[in-house]
Ligand binder design. Sequence first.
Ligand code: GRF
Length: 194
Amino acid sequence: MTTKIAVFASGSGSNFQAIQEAIDRGELDAQIEIVLTDKPNAPIVKRAEKFNIPVFSFIAKHYESKEAYETEIVNILEEHEVEWVILAGYMRLIGSKLLASYANRIVNIHPSLLPSFPGKDAIGQALAHGVKITGVTVHFVDEGMDTGPILSQAAVEVVEGDREATEARIHAAEHKLYTTTLKKLFADEINLIH
Ligand code: GRF
């Protein structure tokens, strides 16, 4: 059965596009029902429009609280019968309202081998530490910053002194790993030892 998903993003949206292209190639049996962003001018919006996917944009500070905007988000997700929430560069911590409504149904991708380098600019952190191998992680989302149970990881070799080249490798690894992990997750083929 086709899995109905929502993609949450705040930036470029290359992971969104990789997921949509995998769907279009028939590699992932899912449908992106809605793209949600807290940055109405982010490039993700144009990408979603190109694929004719509806976008819900919101500005957090126009709401009284996280609870208030997440209540609206949950209503929208339920209207679209969304089963899984896929975070792809969404730069906000998920709050208790969304976590309760989509318990164990929210996943994130992070550009490091967690638990190393959580939080912002994981690629910059890896380069600053001089690690030779970094990577990408897909994990369940909990209330922490990049702390939920790990679903899958892939290693990426750092190109020393070259942030752009390292970033390109990381993004290529992300686009592959996210799709293959979601495929297994939706088919109930991932076991967590937790
Ligand atoms: C990715 O590196 C992802 O790991 C991180 O944010 C970035 C989003 O990139 N959480 P994009 O917007 O999908 O191009």
